[in-house]
Write a protein that binds this ligand. Structure first.
Ligand code: C5P
Length: 238
């Protein structure tokens, strides 16, 4: 099998396969913050993110959301459809936290009257600047029709995941999604793990996500393990 590195990200490497429509995605034991400026190796993180993302993508697919996931091939590797990533980070917020709290001087934990969707232009050299829909469409990053699909799917995914995490006694505070073009459609790509969402325990209100690493609040692996075990209880393992 002739494979080459197709893309190396902060938390995953992606390789080509013999099938030009299929990529192999490998989850890494690396945690980053400040857009990659702070980096640490954390043994076991790749496996946990892989397992959590796999469960969540399978749950979303079972509920009608199309994703890039084809199959899981080993403890940290998945085969995925080769999409063309739309260079937008799609952030949805249910509750005030993180950069939104800082930007608008709002108290973290305040529930928003309606979910907010924000967009960031995926560009490491520019530190992923915020971008609005008219900027993104005028620059040809995305079409107006595509933005409609992205908004609709993001809201649908939000509702499905609020319900899922609620059953695990977890509040879904916010999250980031990425979409890719595939065969004329937009499908959910990348991953969904505690690296790219905020999850707060409903009883203790403690973070069960990457804020543990960002804010040095404890041991990331044991916290991610709590999320996995609670999801497995609801969705089963495998
Ligand atoms: O930092 P901020 O509050 O803007 O993050 C909002 C959400 O998007 C968080 O769940 C965070 O983990 C996620 N995010 C991400 N990748 C980025 C920026 C934010 O997954 N580059």
């Amino acid at each position: 099998m002739s494979e080459t590195l197709f893309y190396s990200g902060k938390a995953k490497d992606v390789f080509t396969t013999d099938d030009q429509n299929v990529l192999r995605m490998v989850y890494k034991d690396q945690a980053t913050a400040l857009n990659g400026k702070r980096k640490e190796q954390i043994t076991g993180k790749g496996l946990l993110n892989y397992q959590i993302s796999k469960l969540i993508f399978k749950y979303l697919m079972a509920n009608g959301i199309e994703t890039h996931l084809i199959e899981n091939i080993s403890a940290t590797e998945q085969l995925v459809k080769k999409v063309t990533i739309v260079p937008l980070e799609v952030v949805l917020r249910n509750v005030v936290a993180g950069s939104f709290a800082r930007k608008f001087g709002q108290a973290p934990g305040k529930r928003l009257a309606t979910p907010i969707i924000e967009y960031y232009y995926k560009n490491d050299a520019l530190d992923d600047p915020a971008i609005n829909i008219s900027q993104a469409t005028a620059l040809g990053i995305v079409t107006p029709a595509e933005i409609e699909v992205i908004e609709k799917q993001t809201k649908q995914i939000n509702q499905l995941l609020i319900d899922l995490f609620d059953r695990a006694d977890i509040d879904l505070i916010d999250f980031k999604l990425e979409f890719g073009r595939y065969d004329g459609r937009l499908i959910l790509a990348d991953e969904f793990s505690p690296d790219n969402c905020r999850l707060w325990d409903q009883t203790t209100h403690e973070s069960l996500d990457k804020d543990v690493f960002r804010l040095n609040k404890g041991d990331l692996v044991s916290v991610y393990d709590v999320v996995l075990r609670r999801l497995e209880k609801i969705l089963g393992g495998s």
